[in-house]
Design a binder for this molecule. Sequence first.
Ligand code: GLU
Length: 417
Amino acid sequence: MADPISTPLKDARARLKEATELLGCDPGMYAVLSNAARELTVSIPLRRDDDSVEVLTGYRVQHSVARGPAKGGLRYSPHVNLDEVRALAMWMTWKCALLDVPYGGAKGGVTIDPRAHSERELERVTRRYTSAIMPIIGPETDIPAPDVGTNEQTMAWMMDTYSMNKGYSIPAVVTGKPISIGGSLGRATSTSEGVVHVALAALRDNGLDPAKSTAAVQGFGKVGRGAAQFAFEAGLKVVGISDEFGGLFNPNGIDIAKLGEHVDKTGSVVGFKGAEPIDGHDLLEMDVDLLIPAAVEGVIHEQNAPRIKAKLIVEGANGPTTPAADKILEARGCVIVPDILANAGGVIVSYFEWVQGNQAYWWGKDEVESKLEERMLGAWAKVHDFAKSKKLSLRGAATVLAVQRVVEAHEIRGLYP
Ligand code: GLU
């Protein structure tokens, strides 16, 4: 049960309010930043494989374009709704500002269960959605990328639909594409790599030796799987993993590569022989040094926060911790590395992909990975030092630094007309 009064949008606005108050902004600036710059809701009629017609709803929300084109993922989930997309778009604005990539924030979503649809149906949905939002996307206006429930193939269909309608190939309209059509080396693993760069720095700066630390990872998808793998490779003992179907525990550490093979075969972590089965909810409450929630928002809330024992939480997902849970965890000294910092590796390499696409000049994997690490560790140091000097939580510090950059852009550009 999540906090009854908590929704991602309310949480995002509450955190923005605190930041604008700390920065001494006038209420007008809060009003501007708490609302999206542009929102589009579209109907997506889908002809199913059995020839029946179903109508889905899609959204694209551009929260801010003050620092550059809007940027953010596209989510396919039965839980997608306009308020959730608004919150996710706002978080993208802060993420891009904090990491100093020259974008505003956006998010898209379609209310659909991708698992209940065939590949051909997903292609038709993606193409119809893309053509419906075409008037507001483009390499200079708004650049989608994968998020929960979408992947490289989704981006390939989007890029193709956009390009076919324009009459020539425009790779930079989306990021997170397959390499063969202008994707960047290192993009697929970038979010997970960034999570682990920051997690290792945060462990060390909090006096914990990664080689002697334990970790639990919630989620074994695009972010969780790579995070578990990189944490394992960095010497951490990954003792717990879960996905939406169940969890696993092994006090001696789970072999992530073997688990990956099991998941590729069965579609879930459940039934893996190298660990004991546990309830997925219990994973969050395991006694570990590092907890990485890498699934969806609102999973750490007022009810389970008092039982969470991790010393450090590094947010691979967007918005996994509610403000009420933040307070409970902070009071007992748990350090939380916020989403807008921890999972920014994805949008950093999206930025690299867009730059490469615009220039038609491709970088090597080492170049991408070293630039990613440099940006993640630079941002970690900046947020960590700022939090210390201003006696703020890491989330408070990251939000203030990000909001400050966006406010500065708004003020220097001025209000039109
Ligand atoms: N969906 C990812 C995120 O939430 C990536 C966004 C992007 O690369 O534009 O950060």
